[in-house]
Design a binder for this molecule. Structure first.
Ligand code: ATP
Ligand code: MG
Length: 568
């Protein structure tokens, strides 16, 4: 491509709405253009990078034995009603009606459609297992579309769905996809980490997320310094050390004037924080059931774990007004000495290990001391609902650390959730009807492209990994009026093109400094500068990532570039 003919419009100023590097740089380098909130056009440079990510994904999915299909964006409501998700997904779905007033949705994901595709055609265990995938536009009416391609309302996803006759077969494909995802993200040149993820009500080791590591990442991931354990903070677990067990003492109500925060309780009553229990009041937003959630004073409630423990779709803390309505005294709520009525109690499992703990007195400015689970109160549900703290011990003993990540992919064992709801069955070896088992596997293709920039940039612009760079080389004649320089630049440009290297020739009549700035912003991994020594047949090869400059003889440029392409 010749720069002079290309449709590339770089910007000097950073558009105000952009907060993170990838968003700023995608706009500044003229790779994307916003149409409306969370909706973008991919301009030539952006589209080229996107296609490279797509092609890596496609190559590795094909290699893994999956088969590409292409499903409709427009999906009838009936399918979603059948699976039960028409209501559950609620406002996240972009819904519309046709002229006959029939309801439709623009697909936010394709479990329903793919299950419908296979349910009438796959009849026997002999046709299984099967893994079908597509690379396609998804629509999600996100509450806060932001950060450019990171969280769009229209974005591109690779979604794959597998169907199985046995658990072992599903497990095998899950492992196959995990290995495939590792190859995909490595091929994209990214530093990433697979972590255990929330698998909702399914539980177990049913889901993994793939996080591209970057400080601006929206997710917190927890990892062990001495073993392989890594998990999204939403599901991470740790080992808790308890205070030594004591003989049970008699409960006493004590005055704690203006002392409601745990730190203050600890200080005022001179008790170790390991012997305190706090009560948080939550509501299941679906059923309206209220829960008193008990947790050791030095831990926080992990709402994802709580949701799973009470089987809720969403939970929220009660407001002061709601607390008052229930006759609860904010700051002094506890499980002892209270008539709970319809309120259910959820206790974090560590609470059961604490002897003689403090708890709210259920009257203003009071606490109980020496309260004991079992003797003084009981919970309806006991589960691990705590948020892991950095510095906690891993189950295997190492210290837990945290890092920020961008969730670029997720793999999931769905089991028979959709096949049951949508009656996708097959006949097993004994001629018996069975529900298929399913897995699903997503990669945010556009998000991965943004994450690559988030991980690879500096104050001058993008530093594309070679494998997904829109163009790998920018050939720049320093002085466009110098015939020798121009003809050598043209020659190198043609040679690289002949070798199938994606190359740009910056043939614009601009100062070299101006062209270098654009080149750095756009993020070509390598620049070939044809300057003063052109007449001796010497050119400069500049490496974007390291800032190094190599003097190379013109006859060796192609070989040098090919060698460098293997390294970056
Ligand atoms: P998130 O938690 O970030 O909202 P998700 O878990 O809902 O994402 P999945 O349903 O797992 O997303 O979708 C698979 C992949 O699609 C994600 O791992 C992510 O890379 C990508 N993705 C999801 N939502 C968006 C979005 N709004 N914009 C861009 N990519 C997205
Ligand atoms: Mg996800």
């Amino acid at each position: 491509m010749r720069f002079s003919k290309s449709y590339i419009k770089t910007l000097k100023e950073t558009p105000k709405e952009a907060e993170i590097a990838s968003h700023k740089l995608l706009l500044r380098a003229g790779m994307i253009k916003k149409l409306t909130s969370g909706v973008y056009t991919y301009l030539p440079l952006g589209l080229k990078a996107l296609k490279k990510v797509e092609n890596i994904v496609r190559r590795e999915m094909d290699r893994a034995g999956a088969q590409e299909i292409f499903m409709p964006v427009l999906q009838p409501a009936e399918l979603w009603k059948e699976s039960g998700r028409w209501e559950v997904m609620g406002p996240l779905m972009m819904k519309l009606q046709d002229r006959a007033k029939r309801d439709f949705v623009l697909g936010p994901t394709h479990e329903e459609v793919v299950t419908d595709v296979i349910r009438n055609d796959v009849a026997s265990y002999k046709q299984l297992p099967l893994n079908l995938y597509q690379i396609q536009t998804k629509f999600r009416d996100e509450i806060r579309p932001r950060f450019g391609l990171m969280r769009g309302r229209e974005f591109i996803m690779k979604d794959a769905y597998s169907f199985h006759a046995t658990r072992e077969s599903l497990d095998e494909e899950f492992d196959n996809m995990e290995a495939t995802y590792k190859r995909i993200f490595s091929s994209c040149g990214l530093k990433f980490r697979p972590v255990e993820a929330d698998s909702g009500a399914i539980g177990g080791s049913g889901s993994k997320e793939f996080h591209v590591l970057a400080d601006s990442g929206e997710d917190e991931i927890i990892y062990c310094e001495s073993c392989d354990y890594a998990a999204n903070v939403e599901t991470a677990v740790s080992k808790v050390f308890h205070a030594e067990k004591e003989e049970l003492k008699a409960v006493e109500l004590v005055d704690t004037p203006n002392v409601s925060k745990i730190e203050d309780v600890v200080e005022y009553l001179k008790v170790p924080v390991e012997r305190t229990v706090k009560a948080m009041m939550y509501r299941d937003m679906g059923t309206d059931q209220v829960y008193m959630v008990l947790i050791r004073g030095d831990y926080e409630v992990n709402e994802t774990k709580l949701k799973n423990a009470v089987d809720a779709i969403e939970v929220e803390l009660l407001t002061d007004e709601q607390l008052e309505k229930l006759g609860l005294v904010k700051g002094f709520i506890g499980p002892f000495g209270i008539d709970l009525g319809d309120i259910k109690v959820v206790a974090d499992d560590t609470v059961l290990e604490i002897t003689n703990h403090t708890a709210g007195g259920n009257k203003i400015d009071t606490h109980y001391i020496n309260v004991n689970y079992g003797r003084d109160y009981k919970a309806d549900i006991v589960a691990d609902i705590r948020k892991v703290r950095v510095g906690d011990n891993c189950i295997t003993g190492g210290k837990l650390h945290s890092a920020r990540g961008i969730e670029c992919g997720q793999i999931f064992k769905l089991g028979d959730k959709y096949s049951k709801a949508m009656n996708a069955t097959y006949l097993d070896e004994n001629g018996k009807t069975q529900y298929m088992l399913m897995g699903c596997y997503g990669i945010g293709v556009t998000r991965t492209m943004a994450a690559a920039i988030e991980q690879n940039n500096d104050e001058n612009g993008i530093i594309w990994p070679v494998s997904i760079a829109p163009y790998i080389v920018d050939v720049i004649p320093a002085n466009i009026k110098n015939e020798g320089q121009v003809s050598l630049a043209e020659k190198i440009y043609n040679e690289l093109q002949a070798e199938n290297v994606d190359v740009m020739l910056d043939d614009r009549d601009e100062k070299p400094g101006f062209k270098f700035k654009d080149a750095d912003l756009i993020g070509f991994p390598f620049k070939v500068v044809v300057g003063k020594r052109a007449d001796e047949g010497i050119v400069e090869v500049k490496i974007r990532k390291t800032g190094e400059t190599l003097e190379v003889s013109e006859s060796e440029v192609v070989a040098k570039i090919k060698e460098l392409m293997k390294l970056y």
